[in-house]
Design a protein around this ligand. Structure first.
Ligand code: FAD
Ligand code: SIN
Length: 534
């Protein structure tokens, strides 16, 4: 049994920023960070476009960034949270620059080269070429190494958070005062389950993209933290709002993950076109190719279905080659590697699942509904994104909430004690699953169900089909789980089924079309606004 002051599950921008901030203020605290695979296997590392922040007030303002975020969120953002993130954001970006993050500057100048993405009314995206996330992950990794009181355990898979349930109490969704005491985690190197007790636990497990066949998210994005919180009877919200990025590279759809063509490419002037070279986005929104993502992804989906086409195209052929290669070296190389020269050929693109806007419900301090449990980053629902996230607001949100969580923890950590009497993980009656093929086949089925029935356009019939089929997968997987020793693949499958169920159920509950949720049965928006809480 390990005891730590603060346990952080996840080592992307949310987890590492929280750890660093605490460690800087309190070198005496023991901070343990778990990462289920190896360093840098995070959604964070994949981020391309950058971090949105009001940087140059000669043309930009907090009011404009707030208005753009609220507009993208389609009526469901919490305006107070939007104001907090937008106003506190620039200071958090300055901090990470102080830790060594290099964002691109204008040629020969000291000013940052600010990019633009869909839904932004001004240029405000700080970036490092088209690999901003890689640069942030590198910076944070190096900063973590400077703090001896942070321990980073790689290949540790958190299976469930520990609550009073593990002390033998019956906990339901309406039980008041549920508390978190740490986690049971599988040490993948020894194959042993370990009990990790913490005074406070912060879930930073990232996204859920792997519930779909085509996703820009790496394979770690299996929604573990959201599923764990749900099993522990914590509150979640807005799980129906799954963001599809309009421009996954068509030729890599089917690869896992799908390669992303950053929205920043459209910010620099690329235009969405049909195979015949017609610009089509202006029919859908006056902002054309730079409309918010929900609108662009739905328009592409509609055009593809109308034309029986498998993709649409991104035309960059009019752009300056040197500037393109300088800003987007990875995108340029990737296209060339599959025989597409972006300066001569249009890039074939198709929407791919990209971001989970809902998640663990947290308050403005980052506290979840379970006591001593916090959550940060993509696994949360803070109120910032509402029904659709504005591009490049995710990295910003993680930094702002990591800061808020560290402030709240500094206030209370000395008053919290470890819980006594927690039993070790019970392996009685379980054996090694001998048919791994059952797990891989169920995963394949799950991703097909979600892609066909709970995609960009939904309907009552499709959602019902999804729920019926998910129920079968759920029963089969639970039976396998209770008879098997713990394996990460089986745990991930179980978590993905939970996430898929929550997305489908929340989508069924929302009887209107708003933001990222569009259903042919209720195509209008309701006047009555509410979040979907489960
Ligand atoms: P992650 O960075 O995904 O980290 C999750 C961590 O949790 C990992 O270390 C993982 O191993 C760990 N973990 C998960 N489950 C467990 C478990 N059971 N046990 C132990 N550890 C676990 N956002 C922007 O703002 N700007 C962009 O330009 C941008 N571009 C993007 C491009 C791509 C291709 C993608 C996929 C996303 C992009 N996003 C962007 C979104 C953004 O990158 C993510 O939302 C953000 O990085 C999430 O950070 P996080 O710390 O919450 O999660
Ligand atoms: C992109 O670069 O297009 C992704 C930006 C984001 O998801 O915020």
């Amino acid at each position: 049994m390990t005891k730590t002051d603060v346990l952080i599950i996840g080592a992307g921008i949310a987890g590492l920023t929280t750890a660093i901030k605490l460690a800087r203020k309190r070198p005496d605290l023991k901070i343990l960070v778990l990462n289920k695979t190896k360093e840098g296997e995070t959604n964070t590392s994949y981020a391309q476009g950058g971090v949105a922040a009001v940087w140059d007030e000669s043309f930009d303002s907090f009011e404009k960034h707030i208005a753009d975020t609220l507009d993208a969120g389609d009526g469901l953002c919490d305006p107070e949270v939007v104001e907090i993130v937008v106003k506190e954001g620039p200071e958090r970006v300055r901090e990470i620059i102080g830790w060594g993050a290099r964002f691109d500057k204008e040629d020969g100048k000291e000013e940052y080269d600010l990019g633009r993405e869909g839904g932004h009314s001004e240029n405000r995206i700080l970036h490092y070429k088209d690999a901003t996330g890689w640069e942030i992950q590198r910076t944070l990794g190096e900063e973590v190494d400077r703090h001896p009181n942070i321990t980073l355990h790689e290949h540790y898979f958190a299976v469930d958070i520990i609550t009073q349930h593990h002390l033998g109490f019956t906990i339901t969704r309406v039980t008041p005062g549920i508390e978190c005491y740490g986690t049971y985690a599988l040490n993948r190197k020894t194959g042993k389950m370990e009990t990790i007790l913490a005074k406070a636990t912060v879930i930073c497990t990232g996204g859920t993209g792997q519930i779909y066949k085509d996703t820009t998210n790496p394979v770690i994005a299996t929604g573990d933290g959201i599923a764990m919180t749900y099993r522990a009877k914590g509150r979640l919200e807005n799980m129906e709002f799954v963001q599809f990025h309009p421009t996954g590279l068509y030729d890599t759809a089917g690869e896992n993950p799908t390669f992303l063509i950053s929205e920043a490419v459209r910010g620099e002037g690329a235009i969405l076109k049909t195979r015949e070279g017609e610009e089509f986005m202006k029919q859908y929104d006056k902002r054309g190719s730079l409309a918010p993502r929900d609108i662009v992804a739905r328009a592409i989906d509609k055009e593809m279905k109308m034309r029986g086409a498998e993709c649409m195209y991104l035309d960059c052929t009019h752009m300056d080659k040197d500037a393109f290669v300088k800003h987007f070296p990875n995108i340029y190389d990737k296209c060339l590697s599959i025989g597409i020269d972006p300066m001569k050929d249009m890039i074939p693109v198709t929407p791919a699942c990209h971001y989970m806007c809902g998640g663990i419900l947290v308050d403005k301090r980052g506290r979840a509904s379970i006591d001593y449990l916090y959550a940060c980053g993509e696994c949360t629902s803070t109120g910032l994104h509402g029904a659709n996230r504005l591009a490049s607001n995710s990295l910003l949100e993680a930094m702002v909430f990591a800061h808020r969580i560290h402030l709240d923890l500094l206030d209370r950590i000395d008053d919290i004690d470890w819980q006594e009497g927690i039993p070790e993980w019970d392996t009685l009656g379980t054996k090694q699953p001998n048919e791994m093929v059952l797990i891989t086949q169920e995963l394949k089925e799950l991703r097909e169900i979600m892609s066909y029935y709970v995609g960009i356009v939904r309907s009552n019939l499709r959602l019902k089909r999804a729920m019926d089929r998910l129920w079968i997968l759920y029963r089969e997987t639970e039976a396998l789980y209770s008879a098997s020793t713990i394996s990460p693949k089986l745990c991930e499958l179980r978590n993905l089924i939970t996430i898929a169920y929550l997305v489908s159920r929340s989508a069924t509950m929302r009887r209107e079309s708003r933001g990222l949720h569009f259903t042919t049965d209720y195509p209008e928006k309701l006047d009555f606004l509410d979040r979907t809480v489960v």
